[in-house]
Write a protein that binds this ligand. Sequence first.
Ligand code: CP
Ligand code: NVA
Length: 310
Amino acid sequence: SANLKGKDLLTLKDLTPEDIMFLLESAITLKEKHENGEIVKTLEGKTLGMIFEKSSTRTRVSFEAGMLQLGGNALFLSSQDLQIGRGETIGDTAQVLSQFIDAIMIRTFEHSKIEELAEYASIPVINGLTDDYHPCQALADLLTIYEHKQTFSGLKVAYVGDGNNVAHSLMIACAKMGVDCSIGCPSGYEPKEFVTEYAKKVASETGATITITENPVKAVQNADAIYADVWTSMGQEEEAKKRLEVFASYQVNDELVQHAKSDYLFLHCLPAHREEEVTASIIDGPNSVVFQQAGNRMHVQKALLQAILA
Ligand code: CP
Ligand code: NVA
């Protein structure tokens, strides 16, 4: 079993391929038990604090429900209500929360903020999305792909759109598991250079390829999975109008998916904007697995919480 006890999950760089495989297998077991109504109380008496500086549906509810199912507690801590919103430092907040609870999940803006929190906290810190990464999402993405394909070997995942936090974590997840990953994005909206470099380095060790291209058709060519995310992420709202134009030719629609394998999976982290990054025909169509993917957030996070805290 992987030794993740007491560890942080700030990015997937923190996990080895073996750790990831362990979490996926553990998630599959927990999911089966949940579906059979079996109760697993491995986190009795444990409390997770969840700090949100941005909106959330899936992350909040999946972490909270997951903790409760494992016999623990979860506290929703809006940054507007915390003293953080009135200027208390991240370092002081981290040290104070460490007196009361067993782990912190945080959704915030700059990735440096979660690094600072982790530095001052004496308890594990889990990334629930930063401007640069969304590692719990990528674990759920891997689980969903694995459930359908039963393997990672020989697969190609294509991400079409903005080279954002979700793209970054997906790229690292694929690299770690030896999955070819192709990002189709407009010039100027590529994944950050240091993330691509890291993913390429890992991929060279696992036998995968990481490709960045401006051509969405080339990105999805022969893909086993096509992934879309919003064109305007949280915090970029004032760029929304411009982004609609920049990304117009990167919509996942009936024409684009013709270039993928016929049994391609459609993935989206959600929330989605129908007729922007993806047409309703695709996200509500037969190849879409987006709700299974959303559900898998909870199962994989339960596996993670158990590995870190039990
Ligand atoms: N995919 C995801 O993280 O969704 P929320 O923003 O609703 O948490
Ligand atoms: N890229 C999106 C993901 C939302 C789950 C954002 O950061 O807003």
